[in-house]
Design a protein around this ligand. Sequence first.
Ligand code: ADP
Length: 602
Amino acid sequence: MSFPRTFGWVAAAWAVVLGGYALAIVVLRPGQALTSFGDVVQCFVPLLANTGLLLNAGAPHWRRNVFWMLLALGCMFWMFGQFQWTYYEVYLRKPLPQVYLGDMVFFLRGIPVMAALALRPHHRRGDLRLRFGYLDFVLLLMWWIFLYVFFVFPWMYATPSASQYNYNYLLLANIQNLIIILAIAWFWLRTRGAWRKVYTHLFGAAATYMLSSMAINAAIAVDHYRTGSLYDLPLLASFLWYGTTGVVAYLNRNALDAPGELGPMHDESEVARREGIVASRLATTAVLSLPFFALWTIEFSKDSSEVREFRLLVTVVAMVPLAFLVFLRQHLADSDRLRLLERTEQSMDNLQRLQAQLVQSEKLVSLGQLAAGAAHEINNPLTAILGFSDLLVDDASIPEKARTTAAKIRDQARRTKTLVANLLSFARQAPSERTLLDINTVVTNAAQLRGLDLKGSTSIELRLESVLPGVRGDGNQLMQVFFNIISNAIDAMEPAGGVLTIKTQRDRSHVVVLFSDTGSGLKDPLRVFDPFYTTKPVGKGTGLGLSICYGLIQEHGGRIICYNRPEGGAVFRVDLPSVTAALPSREPQLPVTAGAGPSKDA
Ligand code: ADP
């Protein structure tokens, strides 16, 4: 919605509510009709405020959402208080009692508002540490309830007195309102831009509420107030203003999130640290304040002994849940610290692994360069061997036996040439390049390369689907993925030995590669793709291989999963999206296994 249109709606809401109310006061004479009208409108206006406030509750930042929700909760409390008035005045048709337990709901309204302000939504976008957030909120709630029970209840239950009740209730409610206003004013001073705008409106709303409730309560005290009088107009205005604040914030939502709008900026971790300290100090102060209340009651209070006894009892009882909450908070903070410590230790471990891996990678890079150079040099004599053996094979003047031997030499030379070519392509640091690939070839090459240093009775068995659709991808990257999976499987099978079966097949629009080994199986299948997860000793494993594979396969639009076979051993399944044109499969050119040669599923 555009700015002018939204403000049109807001102005209309103000005009309709305040204008309509004023008109009703003028038109309807004091009596039941006006009272009922006043009560119903006052029940409805907090909802209007909430509509504006909750516009902001869908922000991507929790801290902000909770802030607006708590403000709305404050309005809801007030609305529940108003329901009681409506019940008495509209349904029972009699005035609310002077001393009434339900007044507490109006008082409690301030607590969510204070909790909202304590979140300081302008500070950070970061997530709330909700566990502490809830605890602090409960602590705040309990402490204010204690104050209410301590100051107001004695005049209801110990020595009933309407005037003392009113006096203490108003004093406490006004202190609470004043704290809210001061907090908003403080934030107003500390922020700039859009947040300052929001706090200006919030200040207006809170100040209007305080002044109107002071005026109404003063009027009630001298029996001057009735629902449906001019006193209600500022009260209604305060709720409209809360709603308007919500709308203003909603219209400025982008500016509120902009980093420049966060007011005098602090280092985020520093803010979090200070927030934690402030919250725990407040909690401690709340608990420590209780003995002072008791001391004041015993030493300085001039009230009757019933009132004093009541207050002492309340203080002692309040100590239990408050102390329990502080204890719980401390306990949670401790376990949080422990967790953090463990995480730090783990990070240090990972760092060490990474360092080791870096050194290893450096070595491998040099080795790769060396191998590439050597392979290049080997290629030239190989080409010569191939050429000459070809000549010998085709030379009819040489005896048959010699020609057969030459053919064998030629085959072996070809095999070596393919191997050298694979080595060269694997060692090459090529930029990512997508081409149409035959997965059978990539799998075969990876298996051949890894199969070079197979020991003992470990073998790799290839069962390749004869005709597979092509896959668009980076041959080098996919080769790296397969190489890594094969290496892990061999590691899991050695030294005892076993068989790794690699199967390719098509599955609707995908090409599937299955690696099943007969090794020890996965210890924790859910974690194998986590970076730094490894069960290998330091120096051998880094835990990065599969997490890199995972990323590469995802980049190819594919999927990689793993699971344990019931009969033992692990299975890795790679699904890659195929392109429609089928590529004929290539025969694997050299036996890969230390034991058996590659077999092929037709
Ligand atoms: P690394 O090989 O450096 O440990 P990876 O990310 O490649 O890192 O593998 C992570 C872990 O997954 C390995 O340490 C191993 O515990 C487990 N794993 C991977 N493949 C297999 C397999 N075929 N059989 C058993 N465990 C495996």
